[in-house]
Ligand binder design. Structure first.
Ligand SMILES: [Zn+2]
Length: 207
C-alpha cells in the first residue's frame, strides 16, 4: 500500500520540480524535535524536515484521500514551513545568547546595537507567533495542493480527512470515510476557505 503513496508522491514532486521527501509510517506522529506540535494520539498525516509521516490507519484510505493528504503535506514541504519556523527560532536563541553572555557585555553598551538586537528579537518572535498560531501555513499548503489535484479535490479531501480522523473511535480504522455531499462542499467553500482558494477557478484544476 505504501507503494501507491510513493508513486503519487513521485508524480507530485515532478510537477512541482522538487526533490521527493521521505515518507514514513508511524503509529503516533510524535517526533522529538517537534515535541510541542507533533504529539497527537489521533491518526493523521504530518510533514516536517523533508519527511512526510502517515499513520498506518490511513494507509488503506481511498485514493482521493491519499492524494489530498500527500498533496497537502507536500505543500508544507514545498513552502519550506520547517525552515520558516526554525530560522526565526535560531535568531531568538542567538539574541538571547548574545545578550546574556557575560564577556560580551562591554561590546553591547552602544544603544543602537541594543535597539538592533531588540528589534531582531521581537521581529523573530512575532513571526513565529503569527506563523504557528494562525492558519496561514495550512492555507499555503492547500494552495499548493490545489495546483496538484484541483481545488474541488482539495475541498473534498479536507472534509474526508476530518471524517476519517473523527470516525476512528466509532469505526474500524480501515473503513472508508463516508462520502461527502455537494451541499457540504458548497458550505465549506463559503465558510472556511481563504479568499485565494475561493477565487481559483474550478476548471483550471483537474489535471
Ligand atoms: Zn497541514
Amino acid at each position: 500500500m505504501l507503494d501507491q503513496w510513493k508513486a503519487d508522491l513521485q508524480q507530485f514532486t515532478e510537477v512541482l520540480g522538487i526533490r521527493a521527501p521521505r515518507i514514513v509510517v508511524k503509529r503516533s506522529r510524535f517526533e522529538p524535535i517537534w515535541c510541542v506540535t507533533s504529539w497527537s494520539a489521533k491518526p493523521g498525516a504530518w510533514a516536517g524536515l523533508n519527511t512526510i509521516v502517515v499513520s498506518p490507519q490511513l494507509l488503506s484510505c481511498s485514493p482521493e484521500l491519499r492524494r489530498y493528504l500527500l498533496a497537502h503535506e507536500l505543500g508544507h514541504i514545498a513552502r519550506r514551513h520547517s525552515t520558516r519556523v526554525i530560522l526565526p527560532l535560531l535568531v531568538i536563541l542567538l539574541c538571547v545568547g548574545v545578550v546574556s553572555f557575560h564577556p560580551l557585555q562591554p561590546y553591547l553598551a552602544p544603544m543602537p546595537l541594543r535597539l538592533f538586537i531588540a528589534a531582531l528579537f521581537f521581529s523573530a518572535a512575532g513571526y513565529v507567533l503569527w506563523f504557528t498560531r494562525g492558519f496561514a501555513p495550512e492555507y499555503e499548503a492547500d494552495a499548493v495542493a490545489a495546483r496538484l489535484i484541483g481545488k474541488d479535490a482539495v475541498i473534498l479531501g479536507y472534509l474526508r480527512y476530518g471524517r476519517a480522523v473523527r470516525g476512528q473511535h466509532d469505526h474500524q480504522a480501515s473503513q472508508a470515510p463516508k462520502e461527502v455531499t455537494e451541499d457540504e462542499v458548497t458550505l465549506t467553500v463559503v465558510s472556511s476557505f481563504p479568499p485565494s482558494l475561493k477565487a481559483m477557478k474550478s476548471d483550471n484544476s483537474a489535471k
